[in-house]
Ligand binder design. Structure first.
Ligand SMILES: Nc1ncnc2c1ncn2[C@@H]1O[C@H](COP(=O)(O)OP(=O)(O)OP(=O)(O)O)[C@@H](O)[C@H]1O
Length: 224
């Protein structure tokens, strides 16, 4: 009889807490995620969703606990160097260069990544093929979000950290987002999504972060 150990989770958050400005934003978070997994983070404004993603991206360190990637603490410099190459980050700051064309905006990231050849296909999938040679400043908000998603596809790293990825997308855009997330997971990719808007992600784990401040009076309370 062979006794096989269960595989290590690709990412493990072990009792992680995070402080900003001497305040605890995240407290005792435990998450374990394997290849193909997804975690959807929800919670009120200021509950710490972006902080969670930023910590996973290595922009801030846990104040307690540890984040393990393949069993190694990502804050160790040798590990972090490898770990950060696994990450693809999408946030409300879109880092789009308005003076470049739409295509150049994707190819530029591909070049930085030492890759090439996927930019046009990614733009076409995201419905931006006809705009590939337009200057990026011509794009609407939803089109800019589609351009960010095309970059994710072109760069093709395994761990996606998506902060409000559906903001400004139309219904078709949200369906495309759901589709590319599903396809990414089929290849073993991992997806973390912070969102206020509903996104259909099959078998995703959900983590609702607690509200950090006492509930203030709402508009409804005030007009009663
Ligand atoms: N650089 C910073 N320095 C100090 N505090 C910060 C910093 N960034 C965020 N915070 C605080 O951390 C808390 C959580 O912020 P965060 O942006 O993670 O919330 P969120 O859940 O993503 O909110 P939203 O739904 O509004 O996007 C907030 O109270 C915020 O003021």
């Amino acid at each position: 009889m062979s006794l096989r150990r269960p595989p290590l989770p690709r990412i493990l958050l072990n009792n992680v807490s995070c402080m900003r400005n001497a305040q605890t934003i995240l407290r005792n978070i435990n998450v374990s995620i394997h290849d193909g997994g997804a975690l959807v983070l929800t919670g009120t404004n200021g509950s710490g969703k972006s902080t969670f993603l930023r910590m996973l991206a290595g922009f801030s360190r846990p104040s307690a606990g540890e984040i393990l990637w393949n069993g190694h603490d990502v804050t160790q410099s040798g590990v972090f160097h490898q770990y950060k190459l696994q990450l693809n980050w999408l946030s409300l700051k879109d880092a789009i260069k308005d003076r470049l064309t739409v295509l150049d905006n994707v190819q530029w990231f591909e070049v930085l990544e030492g890759k090439c050849g996927k930019a046009m296909g990614a733009l076409e999938l995201m419905g931006l093929g006809r705009l590939a040679n337009e200057k990026a400043r011509m794009l609407s908000m939803g089109q800019r979000k589609r351009l960010q998603l095309a970059r994710l596809l072109a760069i093709d790293r395994p761990i996606w950290l998506l902060d409000e990825p559906s903001v400004a997308l139309d219904v078709e855009g949200v369906r495309l987002l759901e589709y590319i997330i599903a396809e990414h997971r089929k290849k073993g990719g991992i997806v973390f999504v912070a969102t206020h808007l509903p996104i259909e992600i099959e078998d995703a784990m959900c983590l609702r972060l607690p509200q950090r401040f006492p509930r203030r009076k709402t508009l409804v309370d005030l007009v009663r």
